[in-house]
Write a protein that binds this ligand. Structure first.
Ligand SMILES: *Cc1c(COP(=O)(O)O)cnc(C)c1O
Length: 247
């Protein structure tokens, strides 16, 4: 291993420690156990090598937005880690919009999907999930702040979709995911987080068996944890600033 590679590993480990400690601090402030909040490392746009470094630093759960990019990375990272981390089980989450023609790739390669926002997609994912794999773990993406331009099922229709997902043989409903719009003044979207938390609680009360409230990103993870998030999705704070190439 070259010196540069080693330094990059150290940097990944340091960033991972920093983010984990920000989560732990937010948990302590909210009177919650640190183990109640999982960290999903959002590796979109970053090459497989960066994922490998995070995996060597101890991170196991990774999130991807672009399906083909994610699938390529899942395969590349698995091959690359076979010698270095033979026993590591990485868990891959699809967190980006899903077109109908991409559902097969998602069903065949990912462990989780956070971005199910309509029945047709859920149905296709269930139909296409290979029999030899565990059921696909699903969060329903909810448009909690009612933004016009956004993906996510409308708040009023979210519970019905969750019930339908819970019935599908090859899907396991785990909870809900939201991506509130940032507020004009740059503050955290605390009202939207509260709306999501209330909906999540209502699903628990209905006996839907959910255990995952996927909300919070680099800029607002503390507020999300305070509102009850059980999984924060962090990209920039772990990997650095993304530059978007067409992908
Ligand atoms: C990119 C992305 C993230 C991570 O955002 P950062 O601000 O880089 O932490 C989280 N969730 C989703 C759905 C994303 O697309």
């Amino acid at each position: 291993m070259s010196t540069n590679f080693r330094n990059a590993d150290d940097e990944s480990a340091q960033r991972l420690r920093n983010v984990r400690s920000a989560i732990d601090t937010a948990c302590a402030q909210a009177g919650r156990e640190p183990s109640a909040v999982a960290l999903l490392a959002v590796s979109k746009t970053w090459p497989a090598l960066d994922v490998q470094r995070m995996a060597l630093a101890g991170q196991r759960q990774f999130g991807e937005n672009y399906i083909q990019e994610g699938v390529d990375k899942i395969v590349a990272v698995r091959d690359a880690l076979q010698t270095e981390l033979p026993d590591a089980v990485l868990v891959w989450h699809c967190i980006g919009p899903i077109q109908s023609n991409k559902t097969t790739l998602v069903a065949q390669h990912f462990d989780w999907v956070h971005s199910v926002d309509r029945l047709k997609i859920a149905q296709r994912l269930s139909d296409q999930r290979p029999a030899g794999m565990t059921p696909l773990q699903v969060c329903v993406q909810v448009n909690v702040d009612g933004a016009q331009t956004k993906s996510g099922v409308a708040l009023a229709e979210a519970t019905e979709l969750a019930r339908q997902v819970a019935q599908m043989p090859r899907l396991q409903l785990r909870g809900l995911m939201c991506i509130p719009d940032p507020r004009p003044d740059g503050s955290a979207p605390t009202e939207a987080f509260a709306t999501a938390a209330a909906l999540y609680q209502s699903w628990q009360d209905l006996g839907l068996g959910v255990d995952t409230l996927s909300m919070g990103m680099s800029a607002d993870l503390s507020e999300a944890v305070a509102a009850g998030s059980t999984m924060v999705r962090v990209g920039t704070a772990l990997f650095g600033q993304r530059t978007y190439a067409a992908s």
